[in-house]
Design a protein around this ligand. Structure first.
Ligand code: NOJ
Length: 555
């Protein structure tokens, strides 16, 4: 491997360019009232924990009124808070407290589809075909002599077909996800003005930005042509092109984001948007973060990369170059609420592959090995220039729940595929805070909307706080050093290394990752911190499946 300089814009100062952003999945973070479902007051009570962790911002997954057919990604009112999670006042308090602690807050915006309980959809199904009420969604007549065949062959991301008929209705409506998530027609001007207004509603309340759900899906190809392949939300790292169908990444989406950018730019304080766009190649992703569109896009190529030095280096270089070509920062993402936790993925025999959920019939990850690699990967991720996203619990090294009984599963993907796809519940299990409390301190009582495995006790916050070498303390230390050395705003330079190693300098920090099982020779530099141990019994050696941060000699 040769030296190489990858460029980022080190002169720009907006906070989001270098921010570490922590994803809170509200139903599973902290429960204040004991109903087993996390809520906004619960999150507010734990903000000091997040401030101490050393992150810059919090992204909240949806907490809006919703029948919860897709855990809140089915919104029935874009301007409220579901009673499950609290009230608008609770939200205001959360924003106030977060800002007082120096934390920014990003909320989720779900524009591709509403809930089937949204007033617009209710009006649509109560109105005749061809009515203005229906025009906000994608209703079509069926095929065949009596219209009983769907309008095209599109499949839902969650399994089954992407079209349904409302009871007693002849027309079909499109839903790329669950049948309870009808797709909006973004060619309709009212849809556009409504969402600009929703943006203003939350900006006026003080949010610092939006995570935009399914940002690549809002515009569909004219005529809705057939597409033989499965529409997939998340690739498995091998399926280039899977999201190239007529429902994804159409040029028309960009005009929407340019309009939204104008809305955000009218507000003070560097408000931002981050695209959830599962598109390839990186050059296409970069189009979402052109100077007049969004600010960031999740880097899913990084999330999907295997435990493989060459693959990771390729992805890192490719992402930095693509983002730099439009003056945007890269993001680095290892896990989120839609993917098997990376502790589990890295403990599989093919480390880093992304199964769509793990159940007791599947290969069980090696928990210790997965955690060891996850800690090393965090050392790499948090040393890279740009912005990084953390998913709640990863700072604890939390494993996936891989033996969750089918009876508890709630993911519509599990139900729509009759269990063929295990789904995402295993990464959404409530967080353990206190090892010997009911619900591990998630709530005041024992209730949790998904059962927590016994092994979670070991990962509880109170077991790790101030415990030298715990994953939590490692995250805290690494985040502090990242900030101290300005790594988010740094420049990356690769150093020569063996095939199973990555060695890079970012400013005064030299990062060494050993992807192999055997120990390897450590390059020069004084040890700052190690993913296995911060003492170095054998100088000049780095153990397998581990990482170290060294001080670059002479700096
Ligand atoms: C992406 C979200 O992250 C996921 O949880 C959701 O199911 C789909 N979009 C549909 O909104």
């Amino acid at each position: 491997m040769n030296d190489q300089i990858a460029t980022t814009d080190t002169t720009a100062t907006e906070w989001w360019r270098t921010a570490v952003i922590y994803q809170v999945y509200p139903r599973s973070f902290a429960d204040s009232d004991g109903d087993g479902i996390g809520d906004l007051p619960g999150i507010t009570s734990r903000l000091p924990y997040l401030a101490r962790l050393g992150v810059d911002a919090v992204w909240l997954s949806p907490f809006y009124p919703s029948p919860q057919a897709d855990a809140g990604y089915d919104v029935s009112d874009y301007r409220g808070v579901d009673p499950l999670f609290g009230t608008l006042e609770d939200c205001d308090r959360l924003l106030r407290d977060a800002h007082a602690l120096g934390l920014r807050v990003i909320v989720d915006l779900v524009p591709n589809h509403t809930s089937d309980e949204h007033a617009w959809f209710r009006a649509a199904v109560a109105s005749p075909p061809g009515s203005p009420e229906r025009a906000r969604y994608i209703f079509r007549d069926g095929q065949g002599p009596d219209g009983t065949l769907p309008p095209n062959n599109w499949k839902s991301v969650f399994g089954g077909r992407a079209w349904s008929r409302w009871p007693g209705e002849s027309q079909w409506y499109l839903h790329l996800f669950d049948r309870r998530q009808p797709d909006l027609d973004w060619q309709h001007p009212e849809v556009r003005t409504e969402f600009e207004d929703v943006l203003r509603f939350w900006l006026d309340r003080g949010v610092d930005g939006f995570r935009v759900d399914v940002a690549h899906g809002l515009i569909k190809a004219p005529g809705l042509p057939d597409w033989e392949r499965q529409a997939s939300m998340v690739g498995d790292g091998t399926d280039d092109g899977v999201n190239m169908g007529p429902m994804w990444d159409q040029d028309g989406v960009h005009a929407i984001y340019r309009d939204w950018r104008r809305v955000l730019d009218a507000y003070p304080g560097d408000r931002m948007m981050v695209a959830e766009a599962w598109v390839r190649p990186q050059a296409h992703l970069a189009r979402y973060v052109r100077p007049d569109e969004m600010h960031q896009a999740f880097n899913f190529d990084y999330l999907l990369a295997r435990w493989d030095a060459r693959m990771l280096r390729r992805v890192i270089d490719g992402s930095l170059a693509a983002a730099a070509s439009v003056g945007a920062p890269t993001t680095w993402v290892m896990s989120n609420h839609d993917t098997v936790r990376h502790t589990a993925r890295l403990g599989l025999s093919k480390p880093g592959v992304r199964p769509k959920g793990i159940d007791s019939k599947a290969e069980q990850p090696d928990e210790a090995l997965g955690l060891r690699r996850a800690r090393a990967l965090a050392f790499l991720t948090l040393a890279l220039p740009g912005s990084a996203y953390l998913y709640q619990g990863e700072e604890l090294g939390l494993p996936e729940h891989t033996t969750l009984d089918a009876a508890y599963r709630q993911d519509p993907a599990f139900h729509r595929t009759n269990g063929a796809e295990v789904g995402r519940d295993g990464c959404r299990v409530p967080i353990p805070w206190i090892a010997d409390a009911p619900s591990f301190g998630f709530g005041p009582g024992p209730a949790t909307w998904l059962p927590q495995p016994d092994g979670f006790a070991h990962y509880a916050v109170d077991q790790q706080e101030d415990a030298p070498g715990s994953t939590l303390e490692l995250y805290r230390a690494v985040l502090r050093l990242r900030r101290e050395y300005g790594l988010g705003n740094g420049q990356l330079r690769w150093l020569d290394s063996g095939p199973d190693m990555l060695v890079l300098d970012n400013g005064p920090v030299r990062v060494v990752v050993n992807f192999g099982f055997g120990a390897a020779v450590l390059p020069a530099g004084r040890l700052l911190i190690g993913s296995v141990s911060s003492e170095q019994p054998e100088p000049e050696i780095i153990q397998g499946n581990s990482a170290m941060w060294l001080a670059v000699p002479g700096r």
